[in-house]
Ligand binder design. Structure first.
Ligand code: LLP
Length: 469
């Protein structure tokens, strides 16, 4: 299945967008043409942010990727601090017309250092597990900085969240709501909840696995049941109903799903207020903002901000957004080295030292990541770029026109900052790789490469047998 191409060219099943119309496409095309016509000149300060080329060689934030590879080895994930900061600033500015807070979705990249960067920028977090709560706390986030989402929260996680005093809990079902009431009552506390509504919007995400706000999904409370659940919440002693929440999907490049979803949430807000709610304060509109993986235009966040301002502004509600990919996706690459070249069945293979266990997106979602030599030789080939894992599904790219990279050459798999390392595994007993931050000409390891000993650290050759009583 093709992935994430041509965002503005593709029309969602909802038809023409109100804001992302062909006028936007024309504007972007005009900008691209203007950029192409601009004569070559020295790279400016702002262009030295993120990943860019100088004299044909791929660099990051003024730093040589070759030197970093030399120092830390390959494969490794490399992240640009400047790119994360720039994305955060752009989104925050786009939402400046409404009271808002960005709650970074930890699942996209949960490295402590990444969390630290976002905290310093003023971000809160959106978490989906006790483990993410632990990470958030370890990075210095306080209870008020945390929104707790997720479809299957355990009692242990509930107790931890209430002890910490999280800002808001996004509740996904009537049964979950009753459990919060019970746990909070036992602890003598009140649980501040938002109802996560399934707005039942058809979304055009690149892969069905990243759709969530569609009818019949496991996520959220079905739209037509929300009012009933809200009435129940209002009658519960240990529950404060402070918000409504939605998350329509991931890698969404158009506004319609947000616009329609927001419209539904606001309709519900009015009905719930009529039913007696007095504490509604937050509208959490989820994450999902798209980035550019290939040549497609990324989401127009300024246009997105305008939609939010137009719809939510008059209500006086505070907006929460939960972006993950938008903030970190293009701030990362997976740096890998070519091990071998090989031909089979008339095909060329480039075998690299990173595999599906390090980056599962190509194999799992058929996701497209640009694959580029750090120092291109000038030649091009058509090849499958594959890893060392013993699976035919172990690939980073299939049938791709790529640089003619030879054994020893460095390859960057682009846009790997989100859902890269966090989805890595030890399959084939491959130690998980290092993560490195890069900032203005310097680099620092923020996750050490695992050793072989780490692979068996939690295991026992012989069990400690226990008798069943
Ligand atoms: N909020 C909620 C409730 C979510 O479930 C998600 C993502 C986000 C926010 C952040 O979405 P983002 O802004 O990053 O699109 N592993 C997949 C993506 C799964 C997304 C799951 N939920 C991938 O590699 O594309």
């Amino acid at each position: 299945m093709p992935q994430v191409r041509c965002a503005l060219c593709r029309r969602s099943s909802l038809g023409e967008s109100v804001l992302s119309t062909t006028r936007d496409a024309d504007r972007v095309d005009a900008e691209l043409q203007k950029a192409a016509a601009t004569p070559l000149r020295e790279t400016s300060e702002s262009e030295r942010r993120g990943f860019y080329r100088e004299h044909g060689v791929l660099l990051c934030d003024g730093t040589s990727l070759e030197s970093v590879a030399e120092a830390v080895g390959t494969p490794a994930y490399l992240y640009s601090v400047g790119e994360i900061q720039a994305q955060y600033a752009r989104l925050s500015a786009a939402l400046s017309g409404v009271p808002h807070r960005i709650h970074y979705s930890v699942k996209a990249n949960s490295n402590l250092a990444i969390l630290g960067i976002l905290r310093a920028l003023g971000s809160g977090v959106d978490i989906v597990s006790g483990g993410e709560m632990y990470r958030a706390q370890s990075a210095g986030f306080k209870g008020r900085d945390i929104v707790f989402s997720g479809v299957g929260k355990t009692e242990r996680e509930m107790t931890e969240a209430l002890t910490l005093g999280v800002l808001m809990i996004n509740v996904e079902s009537e049964e979950e709501l009753a459990r919060w009431d019970e746990v909070a009552g036992r602890m003598g506390r009140k649980a501040a909840v938002a109802l996560r509504v399934n707005p039942e919007v058809m979304v055009d995400t690149p892969h069905p696995y990243t759709r969530t706000g569609v009818k019949g999904m496991k996520f959220g409370i079905p739209f037509d049941e929300t009012l009933v659940v809200a009435r129940r919440a209002l009658g519960m002693k240990n529950i404060s109903l402070i918000g409504l929440d939605m998350h329509v999907g991931s890698q969404i490049s158009q506004f319609e799903p947000y616009e329609i979803g927001l419209g539904r949430l606001l309709q519900l807000k009015n009905e719930i207020t009529e039913a007696g709610a007095t504490e509604l304060e937050y509208l959490d509109i989820g994450g999902g903002l798209a980035v550019s993986y290939d040549e497609e235009h990324p989401v127009d966040v300024e246009g997105f901000g305008a939609v939010v301002e137009r719809l939510v502004g008059p209500t006086g509600l505070k907006v929460i957004v939960e972006p993950g990919r938008y903030l970190v996706g293009n701030a990362g690459v997976l740096l890998t080295r070519v091990l071998y070249r090989k031909r089979s069945g008339g095909k060329q293979f480039v075998i690299v030292d990173a595999g599906m266990n390090d980056l599962i997106r190509p194999s799992h979602y058929n996701a497209y990541h640009r694959i580029e030599a750090v120092r291109p030789s000038g030649g091009k080939i058509t090849a499958d770029i594959v890893g060392p894992v013993c699976e035919s599904g172990d690939f980073l790219g299939l049938h791709r026109d790529v640089d003619d990279a030879k054994p020893g050459d460095l390859i960057a798999v682009r846009s790997a900052g989100a859902y890269g390392f966090v989805m890595a595994s030890n399959y084939n007993s491959r130690p998980r790789i290092s993560e490195v931050l890069i900032e203005r000409g310097r680099f620092g390891v923020v996750t050490e490469r695992e050793q072989y000993s780490d692979l068996v650290r939690k295991e026992r050759l012989e069990p400690e047998w226990k008798k069943v009583t």
